[in-house]
Design a protein around this ligand. Structure first.
Ligand code: NAD
Length: 377
């Protein structure tokens, strides 16, 4: 078990360790959260999904999807035949819906798969997502959607051309306590937003893992966990930044080699004059906190982005929305977005992923040059 997983399980107790709530009992809550009736059997459209990349997070998504009514795991794409066999048994996946990285373009001839969820190392996302789009299937892609803004734009263009949807796995965009703060901000209950603080990090373990390999990860902590602060700064303030400053520090250059950031502090400036101050790191545990302050009050979340339960309070008191496994709600909602053209409260489309990568590109540039980098907002 890597340190990230240990860290998350320490904070959350892990889904498996929640004593009295099975994933099925979450299904009811998930249905309520997504607006369908818990009493009537669901009879609407179901998004049939193949997962590409059967690793740690792919497994978590697959388990969470067991409780989905509107989305179903029906296929797999993997380079490891033994994993395919195990998933076939565990999730009742027919042989005709199993592919490897060489032959998955043939998915275009498979009418029983609607979408492919790409859950592989970051550097593979662009090419894999474009191949899925060319095969005529909707794409759900994990964060970061690509290594930089240029790649993200190529993915958006390919999906547009193929007339398929492109969504990014931003699970926090469906998290109830997060959404309650966004509701309060939009309703003016925080007043004019002045400041956001985002702290996201964990102490990464095994130096041999792909997350510490620039070629596969595209960077370091910023690509993996700092992106939550970048994304959070945008949905908490409701604005797009117009400038970035950043400073990088490295305590272990042997582990965090050239191009793999260990710790970056960054600041964002917004058109209203609001500012954000954030920390992204691979060397501090228990760092997972959002704070937003306005002229009328404040809201804070800690933990803010792990697998939950997310906890928080505002100037009005504690946030009390129920915990629902993030990936269950995400896939229910993504089914509605793809099949029923639902508009989510916070976007999860390719453009949303592109906005984060433009900021991350600027953060890297600012850290490298020591200069303030303007953004077009
Ligand atoms: P992982 O290492 O556990 O799994 C990656 C999978 O990709 C493995 O099954 C591996 O066999 C496969 N793979 C295919 N080609 C590979 C190659 N060339 N090199 C290495 N592995 C290859 O990683 P993970 O934690 O599941 O992360 C996968 C993606 O999911 C990443 O983009 C990560 O950022 C994202 N992720 C998102 C969240 C979230 O909360 N949204 C959480 C964890 C990971």
């Amino acid at each position: 078990m890597n340190n990230r997983r240990k860290f998350l399980q320490h904070l959350t107790g892990g889904i498996a360790a929640l004593p009295f709530l099975s994933l099925n009992s979450f299904a009811t809550t998930g249905a309520e959260a997504s607006g369908s009736s818990p009493e009537l059997p669901y009879a609407g459209p179901v998004l049939r999904v193949a997962i590409m990349g059967l690793g740690g997070y792919g497994t978590m998504v697959a388990e969470a999807m067991r409780a989905c009514k509107k989305a179903k795991l029906v296929g797999v794409i993997s380079g490891t035949p033994a994993k395919i066999n195990a998933w076939q048994t565990r999730y009742h996946i027919p042989e005709k819906n199993c592919y490897n990285y060489e032959n998955f373009d043939k998915i275009k001839d498979n009418p029983d798969i609607d979408a492919v969820y790409v859950i592989t190392p970051n550097a593979l996302h662009k090419e894999q997502a474009i191949r899925v789009a060319r095969a005529g299937k909707h794409v759900i892609c994990e964060k970061p959607m690509a290594l930089n803004a240029k790649e993200a734009q190529e993915m958006i263009d390919a999906c547009k051309k193929a007339n398929v949807k492109l969504l990014v796995g931003y699970r926090m965009h469906f998290e109830p306590k997060t959404l309650e703060i966004i509701r309060m901000r939009k309703a003016g209950e925080l007043g004019k937003v002045q400041f956001f603080q985002g702290l996201t990090g964990f102490a990464i373990g095994d130096p041999g893992q792909w997350r510490l390999n620039k070629a596969l990860a595209g960077g370091g902590a910023m690509m993996d966990i700092g992106i939550y602060s970048v994304n959070g700064a945008r949905y908490m303030t409701g604005e797009e930044p117009v400038w970035v400053t950043a400073e990088e520090t490295k305590t272990d250059p042997a582990k965090f080699r050239e191009g793999v950031d260990e710790t970056i502090q960054f600041q964002l400036g917004f058109p209203s004059g609001a500012v954000a101050s954030c920390l992204s790191t691979y060397s501090m545990n228990f760092l997972d906190r959002f704070f937003v302050l306005g002229t009328g009050g404040f809201a804070e979340l800690q933990p803010a982005t792990n697998y939950g339960p997310i906890q928080g309070k505002t100037h009005k008191g504690p946030l009390t929305a129920l915990h629902v496994p993030h990936q269950t709600v995400q896939m229910e909602e993504m089914s509605d977005i793809i099949l029923q053209n639902k508009t989510p409260i916070v976007p999860v489309d390719g453009e949303e992923g592109l906005k984060d990568l433009k900021i991350i590109d600027a953060i890297y540039q600012a850290a490298k040059t020591g200069k303030k980098v303007p953004l077009s907002g």
